[in-house]
Design a protein around this ligand. Structure first.
Ligand SMILES: C[S@@+](CC[C@H](N)C(=O)[O-])C[C@H]1O[C@@H](n2cnc3c(N)ncnc32)[C@H](O)[C@@H]1O
Length: 456
């Protein structure tokens, strides 16, 4: 028996915890890396192995089932995770085969019952006998439909493939589906925001193409940059930066305007709204139903010299209780999160189509309540980190039907085109709306959907 290399052990234990106790890899992994005392190179390897294995689990399970000659649900869960880690190294990395096989066999031996090591060894050696391309062809041939094929090859649940296909087709871009699925399987570069008016984009960085205050570090530790800037520089997806800006810069701001961030946790967009409010003399309030996440909102804005009260209510009652009050409201709604699959490797396996109706009912109610809290002339930005048409175009269409002539659309696409530093080339929507849809494969952002509605 040889000891398992620490980065593989950390990856294995993180993948186990994700499957056994519904842990989130992005929260657990940094703790496991610290606890194991990994150096920078080993931490990077542990991260790649963990994220890659979780992202591509659907593909690896199909390969493992074929190589093992049995369904993955018939394999001991801990042994299966060792096999997934091995399959990832064999099929998607340059790790030498002998290291990938031997270390995964050791992990299976330490975690599984008697016979686990021999079984793992046989399955992984079977995988090494064919090239990754051969395996992809084999699992693709087993699919009964094109969506199922894409689901297997790009490791996405079929219902998600269908939702993406429809959302892309709504802007005449169904031919970009494979590029989108592939983008979800790549690690996104860390994107930062220098809060407008409070911090400068450093000189020695690459600016993001669209957000006027976004940038990417060439190297180095983002934590150092954040600490040195006293929280006025933050890690934030460029799409999130644009969503907050779409609201604040949709129309010129009058001093004394009242703004509300209705679903604010953990506060990334609140920080931008606060910076914009400070610069323009607006008054900002925030709300978040979860007390723990409301605490994160307070932390996110601690470095901004503006008093922002944070309430902890259901956004529906919070808005219903404040009729005709606000000039701008951000409804960054709870959603399936299908637009952020790059950053949350296990997320694609945790949601199901059954989640969608419950979420869209809540989204409709949050948006409709927020309209009642707008002053006449006030604007609401309805934002989801999901491109699913039911959560985006569907919710907006329902609320527009409900409010009729009392609500008009402001084109979010035109606003984004105006405020972005480069043309984001946003697709026109089949429903004729001004909704802006960002895409990982096109914009290198999360798939944020942004709609702007004005109360007449
Ligand atoms: C997409 S997240 C918001 C992200 C946040 N705007 C940011 O940029 O950091 C949605 C938030 O809505 C909260 N939420 C869920 N149901 C809610 C409700 N009924 N009322 C208010 N907030 C709710 C969730 O706890 C979650 O923090």
């Amino acid at each position: 028996m040889s000891p398992v290399q620490p980065s593989r052990r950390v990856a294995f234990e993180t993948v186990r915890a994700v499957h056994e106790s519904d842990a989130f890899a992005n929260l657990l992994l940094p703790v496991a890396i610290r606890r194991a005392g990994l150096n920078t190179a080993d931490a990077a390897l542990a991260t790649e192995l963990t994220y890659g294995t979780l992202r591509r689990e659907g593909t690896y399970d199909a390969v493992i089932a074929s190589a093992a000659g049995r369904g993955v649900d018939e394999i001991d869960p801990a042994v299966l995770d060792a096999l997934r880690l091995g399959a990832h190294q064999l099929l998607s990395t340059r790790v030498p085969s002998h290291a990938a096989v031997n270390e995964s066999v050791e992990l299976a031996r330490s975690a599984g019952s008697r016979g686990a090591a021999g079984f793992a060894n046989a399955v992984l050696r079977r995988i090494t006998r064919d090239t990754p391309g051969d395996w992809m062809s084999r699992i693709a041939e087993s699919a009964r439909s094109d969506d199922e094929r894409l689901g297997l090859v790009f490791s996405h649940p079929v219902w998600v493939v269908r939702a993406f296909r429809r959302a892309l087709a709504a802007e005449g871009r169904a031919d970009e589906l494979e590029a989108l699925l592939a983008a979800d399987n790549a690690s996104p570069r860390v994107t930062m925001a220098a809060l407008p008016g409070l911090a400068e984009v450093p000189d020695d960085v690459r600016r993001t193409p669209y957000s006027p205050f976004g940038f990417r570090l060439g190297g180095g530790d983002p934590e150092t940059t954040i600490r040195e800037a006293g929280g006025r520089v933050r890690v934030q997806d460029e799409g999130s930066q644009l969503a907050a800006l779409a609201l604040t810069r949709a129309t010129p701001i009058a001093a004394g305007e009242r703004w509300l961030d209705l679903c604010a946790g953990p506060g990334g967009k609140t920080a931008i709204l606060a910076a914009e409010a400070l610069a323009s003399g607006a008054i900002l309030e925030a709300n978040e139903i979860s007390p723990a996440r409301a605490g994160l909102v307070r932390n996110a804005i601690a470095g901004i010299p503006l008093d922002v009260p944070v309430s902890e209510e259901d956004g529906r009652t919070r808005a219903d209780d404040a009729p005709d009050t606000y000039d701008r409201i951000l409804v960054d709604a709870p959603c399936t999160g299908l637009g952020a699959l790059r950053r949350r490797p296990e997320a694609r396996w945790r949601k199901s189509p059954a989640d969608v109706p419950e979420l869209t009912a809540l989204q409709r109610e949050l948006l409709s309540s927020s309209v009642s809290a707008l002053k006449p002339g006030g604007i609401v930005a309805y934002v989801t980190c999901s491109p699913h048409l039911a959560e985006t175009a569907g919710v907006v269409a329902d609320v527009r039907r409900e409010w009729g002539a009392a609500l008009e659309e402001v084109s979010a696409r035109e606003v984004l085109q105006r405020i972005s530093t480069a043309d984001p080339v946003l697709g026109e929507q089949a429903d004729g709306s001004g909704r802006a849809q960002l895409w990982p494969h096109r914009h290198n952002t999360d798939a944020m959907s942004i709609s702007l509605l004005r109360r007449v």
